[in-house]
Every structure is written in structure tokens, then in C-alpha cells.
Write a protein that binds this ligand. Structure first.
Ligand code: GLU
Length: 358
């Protein structure tokens, strides 16, 4: 069984998730597929000093879009992606789950979003939506009123992807610059260029070429339920990321625990290391019941078992635990840990969930 299949089976078992697939694509394909766009803001809607473009305006601005699919849209928010909150993401996931349960669900959903935190929203939706209909995150690196704005092409390609039978069952994906990435694998790796996204361990899952959409691997045989049941998520506990570097001391970790952090993700050096002082502070945090997940700051590779001796010693004795993040980067590991805590999972189940995603 592939790791993601095993992970979904595990979570379905412990969370009792059920996920009835929507009406078959074959039924919908007899008419033009419907694709629903949920606009949240970001550079794709940014017009400089003029009012931001709405989702309806973005859709209306692309000639010929209605030949690809029937496109409906709604405005969820219109903010830079740094202003997106986890509470908004919970509402967004609930909304998309609701769309899936409609009598005539859309073939796919597109979320237009600022690029800065797009990978976090993509991963959140990948963990919480499930089902057959793909969720496509897209946006733009160049503002809507700049020469060579990439938003219209990204949105057009997202509609092609969302309407494609080959996209079904692949979960949440991110489409930018003609490349399709799986939400779990993608990260923003450049501040300004059109090819700002990459998947360091896997590469793009597919491409949107003029003559078609091509994936490296076939779609899964069945559509998986979500790993996390969003209906169980009420409030989010404090979960922070702590960066490690030469001479990093204990001050930040101790302050975060005093501020109420229930989870900490370490952006460790190399294979998840920290300074001795920071490691001792993390060990104190574990003893106070904080879940510590160890990722790394390199931008690639895995953290299997944390290597730091201060964290590893006598582990885990209290309610806390220390868990390697595998190849999840710090912001992805944080999102998963945050959802796990918000779902009320116990430390042992959190550890199993996080390792099962790797
Ligand atoms: N790149 C920014 C973001 O991620 C753009 C902000 C904006 O112009 O709305 O949201």
C-alpha cells in the first residue's frame, strides 16, 4: 500500500471519516463540466492603487473560458495571503466539502490565492477535503495590471485541470506557470519569478501544455476520504515554528511555551539538529506536554528521527512527544500538527498521523 493510502486508511479508522464520492464524472461529462472558482485575493486580484479584482471579474476577463467549462464563482475574501488565518481555512474546507455534497457538485474547485502562503492553504485543503473532485490552488506572480500578468493563463489552465477527468482523486494541487504540483510536495522557492514554485523531492506532478494536461503518474484507482475530519476541528491551539541557527538559545522556545504553545515545529539545522541550549529548552517543552515536531531548514531531504541528543534523551515520558517531520517542510509540518491538535488527537495518535503522511 502506498504511504498516503496507508495514512488515509489509518485516519479513516481513528476518525471514522466517511466520504461518499459525488456523481460520477461520466454523468457530468455529458454536459459541459462545471468548475467553481472561490476567490480569496492575492496578486492575481491586485490592481495596485485601484480596487482589487473580484473572482467574477477574473473569470470574465478570460475570453473563451466558457468553452472549456461552465465556470461559476464566489468571493470568499479579497486579501493578501499573509492575512489568511486557519479559521478562514477551516471555513473554506467546510465550504468545499459542502459543494461536494450538492446534488450537482462541481467537477473541480479552484481557489485563487496569494502565492506567499498558498502551499499552506493547499496542504490544509488536501488534508481536510478529500473526495474525487480536485481542488486547484492558483494565483499570480505579476499583478493584474502589470505587463505580462500571469494570472489569466494560470486561471485558464486551472479551469482546464479542474475539468479534466485525469485530475480526479488527486486531492489538492497547485498550478502555476504551466506546472501542476501536489499540495503535499510543493513549496514556494522564489520570491519574484514566474517559476516560483517547486517540489524539491518530487518535481512537478504534471504539466498543462497547449495540447493537453499530462501527469507523470496515473490517478489513484479510488478517491480517498480526507485525512482530517474538518467537522471535528473547532479551535486551533497555538503552534509555532522555531528556527535553529548558530548560537540560537533557549529564550524563544521557553517564551513560546509560556505563551501557551501546545505544539512546536523545529526548523532544525541539517537532519533536524539544534544548538544544545535550544535542544534543552525543547526537552523542557516536551516535559510540559508540548508536542515537538522536528523538520529542517535546508529546503529538501527528510528528518526521520530527530538527531539532537538533548531532545532524544529518555523520550517520551510525559504527555508530550518528539516526532520527525519526514520530508514535510516546517510550515507543512506545522499545519499538520495544528490540525492534529485541533482534532483532539492524543500524542501517540498525532505521532502515528504525522509519520503516516511521510
Ligand atoms: N504575494 C502576495 C500574497 O501572497 C500578494 C499580496 C497581494 O498583492 O495581494 O498574497
Amino acid at each position: 500500500m502506498r504511504p498516503t493510502t496507508r495514512a488515509r486508511a489509518f485516519v479513516a479508522a481513528i476518525l471514522s471519516v466517511s466520504c461518499a464520492p459525488p456523481a460520477s464524472f461520466a454523468q457530468q461529462a455529458s454536459v459541459r463540466p462545471r468548475v467553481h472558482v472561490i476567490a480569496t485575493g492575492g496578486t492575481i486580484s491586485n490592481m495596485g492603487n485601484d480596487p482589487r479584482r473580484t473572482g467574477a471579474e477574473l473569470v470574465a476577463g478570460i475570453p473563451g473560458l466558457d468553452q472549456v467549462a461552465e465556470v461559476t464563482s464566489e468571493q470568499f475574501s479579497n486579501v493578501a495571503s499573509g492575512a489568511v488565518t486557519q479559521e478562514m481555512l477551516r471555513d473554506l474546507a467546510t465550504k468545499i466539502r459542502g459543494l461536494q455534497k450538492e446534488a450537482n457538485p462541481p467537477a473541480g474547485v479552484i481557489v485563487t490565492h496569494g502565492t506567499d502562503t498558498m502551499e499552506e492553504t493547499a496542504f490544509f485543503l488536501d488534508l481536510t477535503v478529500g473526495g474525487c473532485a480536485p481542488v486547484i490552488l492558483t494565483g499570480a506572480m505579476r499583478q493584474a495590471n502589470w505587463a505580462g500578468a500571469d494570472g489569466p493563463a494560470n486561471l485558464l489552465n486551472s479551469v482546464r485541470l479542474a475539468a479534466s477527468p485525469d485530475a480526479r482523486g488527486r486531492g489538492a494541487m497547485l498550478l502555476m506557470n504551466d506546472e501542476v504540483f501536489l499540495a503535499r510536495e510543493v513549496t514556494k522557492s522564489n520570491t519574484t519569478r514566474l517559476n516560483a514554485f517547486s517540489a524539491p523531492e518530487a518535481g512537478p506532478a504534471g504539466v498543462t501544455d497547449p495540447d493537453g494536461i499530462f501527469f507523470r503518474a496515473p490517478p489513484p484507482a479510488t478517491c480517498a476520504p480526507p485525512l482530517v475530519d474538518i467537522d471535528r476541528v473547532e479551535s486551533f491551539a497555538r503552534v509555532d515554528i522555531v528556527y535553529s541557527y548558530i548560537s540560537a538559545d533557549s529564550a524563544l522556545v521557553d517564551a513560546l511555551v509560556d505563551a501557551g504553545a501546545r505544539g512546536l515545529v523545529v526548523a532544525g539545522v541539517g537532519r533536524g539538529g539544534t544548538t544544545p541550549s535550544q535542544g534543552r529548552a525543547l526537552r523542557r517543552a516536551v516535559d510540559r506536554g508540548v508536542i515537538v515536531v522536528v523538520s529542517n531548514r535546508t529546503g529538501g531531504g527528510r528528518v526521520g528521527r530527530p538527531t539532537n541528543p538533548e531532545i532524544l534523551r529518555d523520550l517520551p515520558v510525559g504527555a508530550g512527544a518528539t516526532i520527525g517531520a519526514g520530508d514535510l517542510n516546517p510550515q507543512k509540518a506545522r499545519m499538520l500538527l495544528s490540525l492534529a491538535l485541533a482534532s483532539g488527537l492524543k500524542p501517540a495518535d498525532i505521532a502515528t498521523l504525522i509519520t503516516s503522511v511521510q
